[in-house]
Design a protein around this ligand. Sequence first.
Ligand code: NOJ
Length: 549
Amino acid sequence: MSERWYKEAVVYCVDVASFQDSNGDGCGDIPGLISRLDYLSRLGVTCLWLNPIHPSPLRDNGYDVSDYYGIHPRLGTLGDFAELAVQARERGIRLLLDLVVNHTSDEHPWFQSARRDADSPYRGWYVWSDTEPADRRQGIVFPGEQTETWTYDRAARRWYFHRFYDFQPDLDWSNPAVRAEIRKVMTFWLQLGASGFRIDAAPFVLEQVEADVDPGPLDFTILDEWRQGVQWNAGDAVLLCEANVDRDQLAKYCAAAEDGPNDRAHMLFAFWLNAQVWLGLARQTAEPLVATLAQLPKLPAMAQWATFLRNHDELDLSRLTDDQRTEVMRSFAPKPQMREFDRGIRRRLAPMMAGDRRRMELAHSLLFSLPGTPVLRYGEEIGMGEDLSLPGREAIRMPMQWDDTANAGFSPVARTRLVRPVISRGRFGYRRVNVRDQRGDTDSFLRWFESMIRALRECPEIGVGTLQVIDKGAPPAVLVLRYDAPEGSILVLHNLADAPAEVALDRVADVQHAYQVFGDAGYEPLAPRSPSVRLNGWGYCWLRLRRGS
Ligand code: NOJ
């Protein structure tokens, strides 16, 4: 593999507890995940991002860590993790871990010591105020579930800061001891075989919080140090930042200097692009995408976007205007119970698209051919659904549907003992949507997914090439992207509307010898004199224009 492995990766986000139970306790675990690596390998996954696996009281799905050096006992042991790292690497699959260090759990021994003992070495590891901050009800991330950002602690007799829930006290990142400890945490997991980290809540880690100063200044030297540390420990390890920030702030997460080298995070989630993709899908037009791609901040050459359609949280539409958000909600989350935090959608893709295979293919073909590295949430490859009877973001965290036996083949226990209920009813229930059935059906969505990822392997330009958005000759519904790289040139076309659309390609260089690599139908050969493609409604195709010398 090249040094740019992350640019050609297919990242698959797994919640280990929901994937495969191996020991019959009703909860997915690391040995269960190991037993499914062959499935992931066949799918074409090259990198797993594991949602938090550490000991935790699990009040925020593990994003409330109580020991950074361990594995939650329900998921397995450190030995199991080392085994996973080896088994994954044997199959060319790397591991990214969630690094959740903006805050700890309030049950973390550091916080317990800090609050109980004024002389504790950990007192200075958290952010305190002796007096009640006037802004303590501001800066809330989870409206409806969270009422304040400063909470009074009786034992410490002062207020502590928590950007998220009150059981997640923020670490004080201005404290060198905190910095040194977390560097050790990173070293530990890299030595055990991780290939990097998804940096949870990156802007909040960098923010230097002080009572009544909102927002606090950002300290990017934290990222500088992490990058150096990671590279020193493992040359090919990467940092992937969760930073849903303003457009003009994004590039700073990848480089200290404008136009400078990539000396901070290697990858950044493309939240901004994601919201525009959904606006385009709702409006059935490529225009929001054309505009956004033209304005994407330039990242340093070695840095890369991480693109996605949805992740483990609500599908966050906060970067849209109120009217735009209403449009997307109207199309994809028409009922109030499908929404979350006044800004997002708690549904999975297949039900959002009413199970319409053409739209599901279009959306994923688009995702996998946008500039960046695609990140897929487990279960999307078979078109899993959601369970809106569960609270909040739990609705999209259901067990993986492996087959049509009891509990979807996820676990052999009695249904009542499952870590989460399986989806058993309706169109997306496990008897109708599962891996085993789709494995046996050559026309299934899973088979389609595998063939798309295989096609991507033949088009490295999409991960690494220079992007050009071609809007001349394209009707408003169609997004036409061209990628040029030493390996060759690729043209990708996506029709975001249900009506067929004609795309003139006569101005596209090298189009004369174009041949199709992937598509919902056969679109070549193109007429030599006036080449054009008539895309089906929600049709798409990837054309190879040129191979490198
Ligand atoms: C971002 C994570 O994606 C989300 O799931 C979590 O609740 C917050 N960070 C708090 O850790």
